[in-house]
Design a binder for this molecule. Structure first.
Ligand code: BEZ
Ligand code: FE
Length: 288
């Protein structure tokens, strides 16, 4: 029988997990065991702390469902999601950078035409995003799909509400010359959900639990890397303290105030409206 000691347990656990049939799983699991054990040694983890962590993970699982993604939120506030994004989307200079997906994207948004209004009857100041979708060499990406979603003025996403119809989300297509136009409402900064285990932990720290005002975009086009990103309002509160580490200077856009009058979709607004101009630059897929 093998004698297990405080000194050899890490090596023994690594050996066991190294037997995973898939080599990548073996690599992931042995590294995880090593780092977990190092962590426990470094902080001299007590049994009470270990149990508190187990209970926190249990609570995180219990509050989660297809609409409430508490584990994604945990990964976001720990900076892990953004680290994984950065490592896996090292686009060339000039390409629009990626940022976190967040827990509130819903598949299958309705398709709208150029300048179609994704805010429908939701209250807010009209906001037009317009610009082009291009490749790194400047070629327009005709037909690129822009899947757009955002929170309402109270900071609530459709996924957090009990609604039957698509709310503040839609898909748009770039025109043959690469231009696009999204009609929505100005976003506001909002708090991440604080009523669960992630909020309980954040509440024990000096961490701000807010995100700066932003709209989410997921761009897809044949021959290009998918781009998951946001556009943030220039000058918005919390740009420097985004709780999920998602802000990047290249994604901050000026929101210009306009008096009632002609709008970029060829129509006209009877109320003051806001214009944000942004050119997306997609990274071509690497040749196979
Ligand atoms: C979001 O922007 O929708 C979001 C991202 C990460 C955590 C919570 C919300
Ligand atoms: Fe968001």
């Amino acid at each position: 029988m093998q004698l297990v000691t405080e000194d050899n347990i890490t090596a023994l656990a690594e050996q066991r997990w190294a037997t995973a049939k898939d080599p990548r799983t073996a690599l992931l699991m042995t590294a995880l065991v090593r780092h977990l054990h190092d962590f426990a040694r470094e902080v001299r983890l007590t049994e009470a702390e270990w149990m508190a962590a187990v209970q926190w993970l249990t609570a995180t699982g219990q509050i989660s469902d297809e609409k409430r993604e508490e584990f994604i939120l945990a990964s976001d506030v720990l900076g892990l999601s953004m680290l994984v994004v950065q490592m896996n989307h090292r686009f060339e200079e000039g390409a629009t950078p990626a940022t976190v997906l967040g827990p509130f994207h819903i598949d299958g948004s309705p398709e709208l035409g150029f300048g179609g209004d994704m805010s429908d009857d939701v209250d807010g100041t009209p906001l037009y995003f317009t610009g082009t979708v291009r490749s790194l060499d400047g070629t327009p990406v005709a037909g690129a799909v822009l899947d757009v979603w955002q929170a309402d003025a109270e900071g609530a996403y459709e996924a957090q509400l009990d609604v039957d119809e698509a709310r503040l989300r839609a898909k748009y297509h770039a025109e043959p010359d690469g231009t696009y136009c999204v009609r929505t409402i100005t976003p506001k900064g909002y708090s991440i959900p604080m009523d669960g285990p992630v909020g309980a932990l954040i509440g024990q720290t000096g961490i701000s639990h807010f995100r700066p005002a932003h709209v989410h975009f997921l761009l897809t086009a044949e021959g290009f890397e998918p781009l998951i990103t946001h556009l943030f309002e220039e000058g918005a509160e919390y740009l420097d303290s985004d709780v999920v580490f998602g802000t990047k200077q290249e994604l901050v856009v000026s929101f210009e105030q306009h008096a009632p009058g002609p709008t970029p979709d060829g129509g006209s607004s009877a109320v003051p409206w806001v214009l944000a101009v942004y050119d997306f630059v997609l990274q071509p897929c690497a040749p196979q």
